[in-house]
Design a protein around this ligand. Sequence first.
Ligand code: A2P
Length: 342
Amino acid sequence: SSYNVAVVGATGAVGQKMIQLLEERDFPVQQLKLLASSRSKGTVLQFKGAEVIVEEATPESFEGIDIALFSAGGKTSKQLAPHAVKSGAVVIDNSNGFRMDSNVPLVVPEVNIEDIQQHQGIIANPNCSTIQMVTALKPLYDRYGIERIIVSTYQAVSGAGYQAIQELKKQTEEVLKGEEVTKKILPVSSLPIKKQIAFNAIPQIDIFEENGFTLEEMKMVRETKKIFHDPQIQVTATCVRIPVVYGHSESVYVELKQDYNLAEVLNLLKEAPGIVVVDDPANQEYPLAIDAAGKLDVYVGRIRKDLNHPRALNMWIVSDNLLKGAAWNAVQIAEELIKNAQ
Ligand code: A2P
């Protein structure tokens, strides 16, 4: 059978990838509805060689829709996802709007696909930085248990949307030409104070919480516990925006619950779904953002024993934040949903 699918945020950085993946994966789409804000009404996009006209997303947009992929920010999801559910659609939501709701499964297919059975209309896609980290840690979690994670991220500007990509390119040109730098979007588009991203590193992604951590950092903390169903896992995160367009990189220190063997860790990672090990220091091989860009997998390398803690190891985890970190994880969930239906 085939399905009526809506993409909300179709003109955005993630929405564009969702459309591309539905096409590449040959998802059984009967009708594709492309939705965005009123600004994009009438924009013509391509799907499987046909033109699809973008419509404004409204509460009435979801009649007859079976699956709605949302990536238009938390506010839009909060407003429209309940209407989509009422219309009978299953919503796969890439925003932060519902992730921590107890009746909304938060799903990374390689980690907790069984949770989709519990959905009540909405399934949430985790934060991009969380997705790639838990995908890489899942085989270690299952074999040894995880006590503690300390992660620092090196995040691409595309995670902040299409306009942030434009901002990095423009600022880079301005700096090279010796012109004054234009700052409109980063670090947080809704806040008045802006920072230069070109030739810089910004230790702020999303707003600050009262505990001194940013919301992006707290997403990694809270979502990791929820996805593993393990509130005991200790997570400390520092999230940093860097002048890269596609692909988040992460330095991860992980303390296991049991002693481990490094060769076994390498084998577990190599055999796990969705992971590619790139780890050959003698030949200077390790994961790079520019190599992960455009790919669906999570790349892991620089895997090494910690010097001090006997149950700890360090690694470097890289993935395309718009694909596994967002659009691909959502489409994977959609593929699992229809597998269950058949
Ligand atoms: P639009 O292009 O019409 O503004 P990005 O993350 O790349 O900035 O993309 C955000 C996506 O969310 C875009 O497709 C954008 O549409 C869409 N969007 C933003 N605000 C709304 C809204 N109020 N209703 C529907 N879609 C929205």
